[in-house]
Structures are given as structure tokens and as C-alpha cells.
Design a protein around this ligand. Structure first.
Ligand code: AMP
Ligand code: MG
Length: 355
């Protein structure tokens, strides 16, 4: 099966194609579509067979639950047992938008969709194409990121085609997504809300609205035996084919260390890629250098992260050295993805330079 590809923009929605896509979903098929975070691989969330198809198409472990996407608040009561007051406050503040909430599930949601859990992850995306598709599909679309399991999430329709073009029915090409990193996930099954995955909506933004909010311990202690609570966060993920190392420290030290490491790797026959920023790109002397964005505008780094990792796959580099991006607002989300892509391989620039 080759996926049919249809093109549209948020400003110029092709309703007829979306109606057709909605019908495909209602009949149990799979359609990839743009959202403001990354591209999603949609199936009818209330149809256990469609959820099974999603896992099969992605090669996703079946204990890694799917996020159910809705397109209005009225759709929520059918799929959740209750909406805790704090969750209601967040919904009013951040929906539609890049926020996913974990809530107790109702019987309408099959266990295949939730990976066997009695909770369900729910998101109301702001992307107009996504919203329209969800309505045509009957209101409930399960959609993980539309990549093969383990690969970087897709931020362009071409990425989806690369991974899933032969495995799904339709791809809606809405151009490049806005944010480029997956939604922030907040768990409401404990007294204090817990962030299970950092995203565009930061811990500080959540605390401003709710007061006390915790970060999942499994996210903070990267090499401990504490597992993250979101089943999907324990897998190596977002990963390019090459060995990726993150080099951290003061900017000048980082450039010097990467230049040395790149030279050494090259001498050993490796093809080297370097993830730089606009501020540093010209200071690198070896390897294929790609600027991921501007430190001064940190959204540009989030926006290009997955695209850069996929580009290096295309060039078949075997070793990638990346600067670290502990930027003030989105640094937590960016570094969470980059660390997982690198299998937590971090090099301290200063120690490297003292060798
Ligand atoms: P993706 O669909 O690729 O954005 O990944 C969805 C993420 O949400 C994974 O990390 C899942 O483990 C997590 N998730 C989905 N449903 C639940 C749930 N009921 N409880 C905890 N985490 C969840
Ligand atoms: Mg994913």
C-alpha cells in the first residue's frame, strides 16, 4: 500500500480531502496529519483494531500508550471518568495547544489505545487542519508521532513518507510544523500534578497557573534505576543512526573540544556531523557542520532539532557531536529529547580539553 498524499495549508484547508480522510479513519484506516507539535499518525481512538494497526505501522511496543486527540471540550466527558479541578484550570488556560493530560479513562476507551492502563492521555491540538480532521473522523483520534518507533519525530510530511509511506492510507501534508517537539504531558492521577514529558509549555508556566507541580523523578535522574512514569519515556528514542555525543560547557571550550573530537574521529575513518548554532557554526574546522538555530531565539532550536538529526542520517554520517542547549525557557524539553537521542552520552568540554 502506498499512502495517498494530499497538500493543504492551515489558511487554505481542503475540506473535501479532509472529509475523505475522516471517512478513512471512521472505517478503521490510518491517516498522518500535521499538528502544532509534530506530525501525528491517526487512527480511531475508540476502535481497538485501529489502535493495533497504529502499533504495527510504527513498530511501537504495545505497552506504550497513545494520546487521544479531541477537537472540542464537549468531547471530553465521554472518554474520561472525571476531570479534576486542576486539570480543568489547565484545559481552560492551554487548550487548544501543546498540552497532554493524563486522566482516568472511561469504558469507551479500549485498553489497546491506552497500552493496558486505566488512564488515558488526552490532547486538544490548536492546528486547524488537525481540528477539522478530528471532527470529520467522529471526534476521537489516537495519534502518536508519525515516525517509525525509535526514530526522530516528523516535523515535515516528507519525514512521514520516509518512515510510513508504505504502511498507512493517507498523509496530509500541511508543511512544516510550528513547535517541532512533542506536547508537554501532565499526569493528574496523583494529588500534585506531575510533568511526565517536558515540552513547549514549561514547568514554570504550569506552576504559574497551578502552584505546586512536580517533575517526574524518572526524568531528572537520567541514569538511576527510577523509571519514568510515561511508559514511552523509558525507550531510547528520537535517535539518529549515527552515534551522537553531547558536548557541554562554556561556549569556547565546547567549540575547542568538538573540533578536537571531530578531527580524531575523522582520522579513524568516521564521517563526522556537528550540530552547531548560528553563533558558533563558523568556528568549526572539521566535519559536516549544521546550524540548528539561534541561541538567542531558542524556539528555532526546538523547531529544527529532529530535522537536523534526520538530515545527518541522509548524509550517512557515523558520528555526531552536538553542543548542549540548556536555554532558559525550552532547554528542559530540548535537552530531554537530545539526551535520549544520544543515549545520555555527555562529554564535559573542559575535561576533554585538559586531556
Ligand atoms: P507520542 O504519542 O509518540 O507523542 O508518545 C506519547 C507519550 O505519552 C508516550 O511517552 C507515552 O508513554 C505517554 N502516555 C500516553 N498515555 C499515557 C498514560 N495513560 N499514562 C502515562 N503516559 C502516557
Ligand atoms: Mg513519539
Amino acid at each position: 500500500m502506498k499512502a495517498e498524499i494530499v497538500h493543504m495549508t492551515a489558511e487554505n484547508i481542503d475540506k473535501e480531502s479532509l472529509k475523505r480522510a475522516g471517512r478513512i479513519l471512521q472505517e478503521g484506516g490510518l491517516v498522518a496529519f500535521p499538528t502544532e507539535t509534530v506530525y501525528g499518525l491517526g487512527g480511531n481512538a475508540l476502535d481497538f483494531k485501529a489502535s493495533k494497526k497504529i502499533y504495527a505501522a510504527k513498530g511501537r511496543p504495545s505497552d506504550n500508550p497513545l494520546i487521544v486527540h479531541i477537537a472540542d471540550m464537549e468531547s471530553l466527558p465521554k472518554i474520561v471518568k472525571e476531570l479534576p479541578p486542576k486539570a480543568k484550570i489547565l484545559a481552560e488556560k492551554f487548550w487548544p495547544g501543546p498540552l497532554t493530560m493524563i486522566l482516568p479513562k472511561s469504558d469507551a476507551v479500549p485498553l489497546e489505545t491506552t497500552g493496558g492502563l486505566n488512564t488515558v492521555a488526552v490532547r486538544f491540538p490548536s492546528d486547524p487542519i488537525a481540528q477539522s480532521l478530528i471532527r470529520y473522523a467522529g471526534g476521537y483520534v489516537a495519534a502518536p508521532s508519525a515516525n517509525t518507533s525509535g526514530r526522530p519525530s516528523p516535523t515535515l510530511a516528507e519525514h512521514v513518507e520516509e518512515d510510513l509511506g508504505d504502511a498507512i492510507d493517507m498523509i496530509i501534508d500541511g508543511g512544516q510544523v510550528g513547535i517541532g517537539l512533542e506536547s508537554t504531558i501532565v499526569d493528574f492521577t496523583e494529588d500534585v500534578p506531575v510533568v511526565l514529558r517536558p515540552g513547549y509549555i514549561s514547568l514554570e508556566m504550569l506552576r504559574e497557573v497551578l502552584g505546586e507541580v512536580r517533575m517526574d523523578k524518572g526524568l531528572l535522574k537520567t541514569d538511576s534505576k527510577i523509571h519514568p512514569k510515561a511508559p514511552g519515556m523509558k525507550y531510547r528514542h528520537y535517535a539518529p543512526k549515527a552515534e551522537l555525543s553531547i558536548v557541554e560547557g562554556e561556549s569556547g571550550e565546547v567549540v575547542a573540544a568538538i573540533n578536537r573530537l571531530a578531527k580524531e574521529a575523522k582520522a579513524k575513518g568516521e564521517t563526522v556531523g556537528i550540530i552547531a548554532t548560528d553563533e558558533t557554526a563558523e568556528q568549526y574546522t572539521a566535519g559536516l557542520v549544521k546550524s540548528i538555530g539561534k541561541r538567542e531565539e531558542e524556539e528555532t532550536i526546538a523547531h529544527h532539532l529532529y530535522e537536523v538529526l534526520r538530515e545527518f542520517d541522509k548524509y550517512q554520517v557515523s558520528a555526531i557531536y552536538s553542543e548542549a542547549f540548556y536555554t532558559p525557557r525550552m532547554g528542559q524539553a530540548i535537552m530531554n529529547r537530545l539526551l535520549k537521542a544520544a543515549g545520555h552520552k555527555i562529554i564535559k568540554a573542559q575535561e576533554e580539553n585538559e586531556k
